[in-house]
Structures are given as C-alpha cells and as structure tokens.
Ligand binder design. Structure first.
Ligand code: GUN
Ligand code: ZN
Length: 430
C-alpha cells in the first residue's frame, strides 16, 4: 500500500451548482488543501494540516498554489477523427463525406488504429482529460485499439463500434446482423474489463436502416447496463434529412425511441433543436444529453440551450466532440460553453463550467461519485492546474479579487500549458 498526499488549492462539489441552492452552497474551495490517495482511490480531501497530521508518513507532492481538481471527463468524442481536427470549410453532412468518412476508412488497418488511439489519449491527458467517451469506427479492430491504449494508461473509458449500414461509403458499411454480432462480441470482450465500459454505438439515424436500429436496440435491451451513445438534433439540414428518411417518426428522438434506443443510459450528443416532446421523454427516461460547444460553433450547428435543459432536470455532460470540435482541451470547451451561454443571455459561473467538465459528464455516463469527483471513494483521476500558465493569464490573475476571479482566466484562455500534472488511477503520469 502506498499513500500519496497532493498539496495545493482544492476544488470539490457536493451537489449541482445549477440547482436551486445555487453554486455557492455546493462548492468547496480550499486555499491550503490536500488530497490523500491510496491504492488508486481518494481517501481524504481536507485542509492541508488535517491531512498531513492524519498520515505523517505518506509521500508528499507539493503543488504550491496550483489547483487540484477532479480530472476532466470528455463525454462525447471520436478518437478516429483526431488527425482531421480543424478541417476547413464544411458543415455537418459535407464535413462527414469530405473529411470524416475517408479518414475513418483507414481504421481497417489495426496498426493505424493503434497509432491514432495512442495519440488521442496522449493528447487528451496532456490537456487534463482523464476519462473519455469515444465513438470508434465500424471496424472491430478500432475498438480493440482504443480499449488497449486506455488500459495501458489505466484510464476509465467508454467506447463502442460505430454502426452504419446506409448513407456511408461501401468500405464503412456493416449490416444489421454484423452490427449486432460484432457489437455483442466486443461488448462481451471489453465491458467491465479493468476500467473499460462498452457503449453500444449507432452513429445517428441517417446512417442506419430501421433494421439496424432495431438490431442494436435489441442488443441494448439484453445489456441495459451499457451506455448507448449516438447523435441527436445537431444541425438544421440534418433534421430535414431525418424527416425524409423516417416519415412515420414523431420527431428525431422518435427515430431512436421506436427501435428501443431510448433508455436511462442513453447518451445523446448535441441535442440542439429539441422539441417539447423530446425534452419531456429524455427527462422521463433519465437519459443524458451532451453539450459539444466547440463543435457546434466550428461546424456551424447552433446554440445549445444549456440553461433550459438543466432547468428541465436533464443530465448534461460536456465534450470536445473531436474532430468536429476544434480542440482537445476541456478548458477551451468550457470557454466555448461560456461564449454560447453569453450569446443566449446567460453568464455561466466558473463553478458551473468546471462542474460540467467533471461531475456533469460523470453524471451523464452514470458514474457520479466514481469519476470526475474530488471526494472520498472516487478514483484518483486528477488534474493539477497552474492558474498563471502564460503571461497573458498571469497578468490578469494578479488582479484577481477572489478564487473564482483567479480561475476564470485559465478557463477562458488556458490550454495544455495550464496542465501541471495529471494523475490517473492514483499514479502521476510522467
Ligand atoms: N453526426 C453523425 N456523425 C457525426 C460525427 O462524426 N460528428 C458530429 N459532430 N456529428 C455527427
Ligand atoms: Zn459526435
């Protein structure tokens, strides 16, 4: 048994800062705090002196004035799109056809899949992300590559084979049967192995036939403890396409619902243009939506109604949506969420932004208290942030009148240079 004490400022939450009590009631900041880590788990979070006197022999790691937070949880991304991030000039459907599908075709090569999986996790962790929920490609090899790379780092991850049997190039189409069979085999191989969670993954209703949606819906009904991830209501031309392909459906969500793809562990990326019925059904089923703000601006999708959906009581996670999103950084992602909030007339508090990137995403994947949480019993997945990482940030922070005032410039202007250290499963990454 090894014990490590991390010393620094600490930030933890014991409730939802979007709730009625307000952010102050559920947020705990310690200027001289400490975190005790043992066997990969957080055992104590308290004042520095209290932790030091309780465990005098533990190894010490003094991070000075840096901020110790739960590591970031990226609740929706596409690791196979890492190499095409920031591709110019297209909106969703053209962007998929021009950049995404040709790149995803390369993942039939397991060596390439492994290279990109390792690269993605290296980039994510460099940016302070300690858990991810990723789409893979239609190739089973791409799933093995991702889970193997995550296991090397002992990261808690969620991923699955992307299923598509229409409206995609020949090389990227499976069938209803092979989607079911391959997903089932991969689920049985990976789900619950170490820190891996399998997520059943139909890409979105335009690229699946009703037969395929029904097949993966059947698989989910056999494994309701798995997440099911997909896309929902992202862009206006996409909505028109969905209507055309599913004329009998009441709305976009219904294209999933009628095939058994609406449930408590459903994770729906984007969810920008929801109708009242869809919001009510998502709430009734306790399903989750994921806000992907850099993607929504980069590919021109629209302005997610975070405040409105939180007021309806939906689970909302935060995500990069790499490579439709334009950054690997959850700090940059929080900044984009803030900017979209402003365009909708809402100024999100820094406590709400950090909460979304940690606890909010963990709740969205039903792992609250286990990941994205700086509290006793949670996995010791941590990010240590330097709040003066660049001259531009430091000169603003030097004027700060409160902790939040000191943190906000790093949220708005920070990147991987702000990430002083990352701990995963109780070990510092080198
Ligand atoms: N909708 C279907 N596939 C995708 C994808 O890869 N990225 C985004 N942003 N939206 C999608
Ligand atoms: Zn996506």
């Amino acid at each position: 048994m090894t014990q490590d004490i991390l010393l620094g400022q600490t930030l933890s939450f014991d409730g939802d800062p979007f709730g009625d009590t307000g952010w102050e009631a559920v947020t705990k900041h310690r200027r001289h705090g400490a975190v005790l880590v043992e066997d990969g788990v957080i055992r104590m979070v308290d004042e520095r002196d209290a932790v030091l006197s309780a465990t005098p022999t533990a190894r010490r790691h003094d991070y000075g004035r840096d901020l110790i937070s739960a590591g970031f949880v990226d609740a929706h991304m596409h690791y196979p799109q890492t190499a095409i991030i920031a591709s110019w000039g297209k909106q969703l459907i053209d962007w998929l056809n021009t950049y995404t599908f040709p790149e995803e075709s390369r993942f039939a090569d397991s060596g390439y899949a492994q290279e990109i999986a390792e690269r993605t996790l290296r980039l994510a962790t460099q940016h302070g992300t300690t858990s991810l929920v990723s789409f893979c490609t239609i190739h089973p090899e791409s799933v093995d590559a991702f889970f193997n790379a995550a296991a090397e780092l002992e990261m808690e991850v969620f991923a699955g084979k992307t299923c598509m049997d229409r409206n995609a190039p020949d090389a990227l189409r499976d069938t209803a049967k092979s989607a079911y069979d391959d997903s089932k085999r991969l689920l049985e191989k990976w789900h619950g192995k170490g820190r891996a969670h399998y997520a059943i993954t139909p890409r979105f209703s335009p690229t699946s036939t009703p037969e395929q949606l029904a097949a993966v819906g059947a698989l989910w009904s056999e494994h309701p403890d798995c997440l099911m991830q997909t896309h929902l209501s992202e862009q206006i031309p996409e909505l028109a396409w969905v209507k055309e392909l599913f004329p009998e459906s009441r709305d976009y969500l219904d294209t999933y619902e009628r095939f058994g793809l609406l449930g408590p562990k459903g994770l729906y990326g984007h969810a920008i243009y929801l109708e009242e019925r869809e919001i009510a059904r998502l709430k009734e089923m306790d399903a989750s939506v994921v806000h992907c703000p850099t993607s929504n601006t980069f590919i021109g999708s629209g302005l997610f109604d975070l405040q409105g959906l939180k007021q309806h009581g939906l689970r909302v996670g935060l995500a990069t949506d790499t490579g439709g999103g334009s950054s690997f950084s959850m700090l940059r992602t929080m900044a984009a969420a803030y900017e979209i909030g402003q365009l909708r007339g809402v100024a999100l508090h820094p406590a709400q932004l950090i909460w979304l990137a940690t606890e909010g995403s963990a709740r969205a994947v039903h792992r609250q208290g286990h990941i994205g949480h700086l509290g006793v019993g949670a996995a010791a997945d941590l990010v240590i942030l330097d709040l003066e990482s660049t001259e531009a940030i430091a000169q603003r922070t030097s004027r700060a009148e409160s902790f939040w005032d000191a943190l906000f410039p790093t949220i708005m202007m920070g990147d991987d240079r702000a990430v002083r250290a990352v701990w995963i499963n109780g070990r510092a990454l080198s």
